[in-house]
Ligand binder design. Structure first.
Ligand SMILES: [Zn+2]
Length: 321
């Protein structure tokens, strides 16, 4: 794949002060491990779901992948784990003659970017919000386990980054990337296929209670705002790809958003009344939603605990201003 060909296909636009930047080559490559899971790869098959002409959702292990195939070739949104790369390639090869040209990352997490090393090394151009490159390019600590997380290999880093918005004109559609700040993380984008009327929301929309990754800049208030931005731009026919879980639609995103608003407001009220985390968990502000959203990522008590910490921090930061 020649660079000349790529230049012809890729037109990026940006708005906002910082705009889009072609990332500089990083300083001397440091040895680094990709975000491969510790366990050996289980026997996982990729299920390919056709959701619009030339657009597919690939379900395997890790985040749901969006795939577009057509006259310009193949591009994927997210790439699961490192050990899934051969299976993802095989699934794409059933639909496209050439290898993946572009990988778009919805956000930084390893179950969505673990395949970056493999696809990047094979020549795919990785595109992401600039905080993905910043976060993946530096050593960090896992907030849950305290384990050191080394910076990712240079092949895994996005080479085209942007601050607020960008577009990829590919397969006769316009893919619009919009940064939604401090939502699931500080690195999230929503990807919208303007003509096909498909959006990929990454982990801002999942099947259960959402993970708010505070250590990577995520906030509950930001997540709710992100939903409002997306809801205002889609219609009842829009196909909505969740980060995890079945294909969704606007009504389901609206219900997910409304649930979060109810629970957030209840927790915020209890925080303002100076209740402790234990008391807030006991009050079960998620009560009527637990059957539908509980039992996926978190049980209700764990999730409320995280949301309590989030809302306490939000209140303190409002008071500090
Ligand atoms: Zn995530």
């Amino acid at each position: 794949m020649s660079n000349k060909k790529l230049t012809g296909l890729l037109v990026l636009t940006a708005c906002g002060a910082a705009g889009m930047a072609l990332a500089q080559q990083p300083a001397p490559p440091a040895p680094a491990a990709p975000a491969a899971p510790a366990a050996p790869p289980p026997d996982v098959k990729i299920e390919t779901v056709n959701i619009a002409p030339g657009i597919y959702m690939l379900v395997g292990r890790g985040g749901n992948i969006g795939l577009t195939v057509g006259v310009d070739g193949a591009a994927i949104i997210d790439d699961q784990f490192a050990d899934m790369v051969p299976k993802i390639r095989a699934a794409v090869a059933l639909l496209a003659a050439e290898p993946v040209k572009f990988v778009i990352n919805t956000h930084l997490h390893g179950d969505h970017t673990g395949g970056n090393d493999g696809f990047g090394a094979a020549g795919a151009v990785i595109i992401a919000q600039e905080n993905v490159r910043k976060r993946l390019g530096s050593d960090s600590v896992n907030a849950n386990t305290g384990a050191a997380v080394p910076a990712r290999a240079r092949e895994a880093l996005p080479v085209i980054t942007f601050a607020d918005q960008a577009k990829l004109h590919f397969n006769d559609d316009d893919l619009e990337f919009t940064h939604l700040p401090n939502a699931h993380t500080e690195t999230d984008i929503v990807i919208r296929f303007r003509k096909a009327n498909v959006v990929h929301m990454g982990d801002m929309f999942v099947g259960g209670f959402p993970f708010i990754d505070a250590s990577n800049g995520g906030t509950l208030d930001g997540l709710i705002r992100a939903h409002e931005t997306v809801l205002a731009s889609i219609d009842n026919d829009t196909k909505v790809i969740r980060g995890h879980g079945p294909l969704g639609n606007k009504a389901e995103l609206q219900a997910f958003h409304d649930m979060l608003v109810v629970v957030r407001d209840r927790i915020a009220k209890l925080v303002r009344a100076k209740k402790t985390q234990e008391q807030v968990v006991e009050a079960r502000p998620t009560k009527e939603f637990e059957e539908k959203y509980g039992g996926t990522n978190f049980n209700a008590a764990q999730w409320i605990g995280r949301a309590y910490v989030d809302q306490k921090r939000a209140l303190e930061s409002r008071r500090g201003k």
